[in-house]
Ligand binder design. Structure first.
Ligand SMILES: Cc1ncc(COP(=O)(O)O)c(C=O)c1O
Length: 376
């Protein structure tokens, strides 16, 4: 089915996704490691059949994500939560073969349930290694008083007989220096614990397909680590698998003036690109530039009531008018998985640009998507 882009709409480009997945496959083959998709960053079951050929499975951050990974992706299902609630580990044991705990206390409380069900057990450790390139402490799991991972001082209290996988996640949009630095940091500082497990999971945040990421350096570091410790190595990137694989298409709904030109869009930072406000960052637009560079500068804003629902200031070669379409680039990770219907704004639909160029819309979000979240 080929349809025109009805905005707002996220469009995934399958050709570019495949290129990114080829990188993952090369790393798996040359480094001899496993790579999982972190579905918190990107979860589009319609393309899972293609992704399955390149990856080892999925990792989830909660029960419902794990269920989706098991049902729609298959292969290995890993799951980690900073805190499991009563009953969760029992249910997760039915669908995930790898269950990760955040602390010695959580492991003590629920580890036996997972073990009895035959799951491999992971323990997340806070390795005290910071390399997040985004958002400062907001995206640094090793920031002061972080709730993520058991602290080094308590590692001797862990019942390592229960643990199969030593897990660290500390990176965020990191280039190879970060990945290699983390691998070497773990090798240098945690050898006594590594000798008691069968696998190490170096988490996500490896920005594998970002221009400038030295894939060969990562491969060399994993190979050196495996040669020294003879352990299975797992990576679980999200963003790094889908960076630069798709756009958010939006339309100008109206123009406004107040000390400057303002374009009101049918897409919004608050409802469709929440990280623009949370990180914060400025998304790029195809054909647009920094304010003042091209002839016509506008502030782009959403239609919600939130005064701060502003995407940014941009300049365009031609004046904008109602009905014009614009495309925000690199909008596949941490976007449509986080959208909301605040103010009754429709969710942005999802579409795929197939490798032959045809477009297929894979969602039909309308009033039902809004209404179903408000209860009976
Ligand atoms: C434990 C864990 N693994 C993997 C990821 C995926 O990270 P990214 O999408 O930056 O690669 C995250 C992100 O927060 C995470 O917390």
């Amino acid at each position: 089915m080929t349809v025109p882009v009805q905005t707002p709409c996220f469009v995934l480009d399958l050709k570019r996704l495949r290129q990114n997945l080829e990188t993952a496959l090369r790393i798996r083959e040359q480094a001899g490691c496993k790579i999982l998709l972190a579905t918190k960053a990107f979860a589009m079951p319609a393309v899972f059949p293609m992704m399955r050929d390149y990856l080892d499975g999925t990792t989830a951050s909660g029960e419902q994500e794990a269920q989706m990974g098991a049902e729609s992706f298959g292969k290995e299902v890993h799951v980690y939560s900073p805190a499991y609630a009563p009953g969760e580990v029992g249910r997760l044991s039915q669908i995930a073969q790898h269950i990760y705990f955040n602390s010695a206390a959580q492991l003590e409380r629920y580890g036996a349930i997972a073990k009895a069900a035959g799951a491999k057990i992971g323990l997340r450790v806070n390795p005290g290694y910071s390399n997040a390139t985004l958002g400062g402490d907001l995206y640094d799991p090793c920031a002061p008083m972080s709730r993520f991972g058991e602290v080094v001082d308590k590692l001797d209290q862990v019942d390592w007989d229960l643990v199969d996988i030593f897990h660290v996640h500390t990176l965020c949009e990191s280039l190879a220096e970060g990945s290699v630095g983390l691998i070497e940091h773990v090798a240098e500082n945690f050898a006594p614990y590594l000798s008691q497990v069968s696998a190490v999971n170096f988490g996500g945040g490896h920005f594998l397909n970002k221009p400038g990421y030295d894939v060969d350096a990562l491969i060399a570091a994993i190979k050196a680590f495996r040669a020294r410790f003879d352990l299975e190595v797992i990576l679980e990137p999200g963003g790094g698998l889908v960076v630069n694989t798709g756009e958010l298409h939006a339309s100008v709904v109206d123009l406004h003036w107040n000390e400057g030109d303002i374009a009101l869009l049918d897409a919004s930072a608050s409802t469709h690109m929440p990280d623009v406000l949370e990180v914060p960052y400025r998304p790029e637009i195809i054909g647009a530039d920094e304010p003042g560079v091209l002839a016509h500068t506008y502030r782009l804003a959403g239609r919600t009531c939130m005064t701060g629902d502003i995407i940014g200031d941009y300049s365009f070669a031609q004046p904008l008018k109602a009905g014009d379409q614009i495309a925000f680039t690199d909008q596949m990770h941490y976007t449509f998985v986080k959208t909301n219907t605040f103010n009754g704004n429709p969710l942005a639909n999802l579409a795929i640009r197939h490798e032959d160029g045809s477009l297929e819309r894979i969602s039909d979000f309308g009033y039902d998507a809004f209404r179903s979240r408000l209860g009976r």
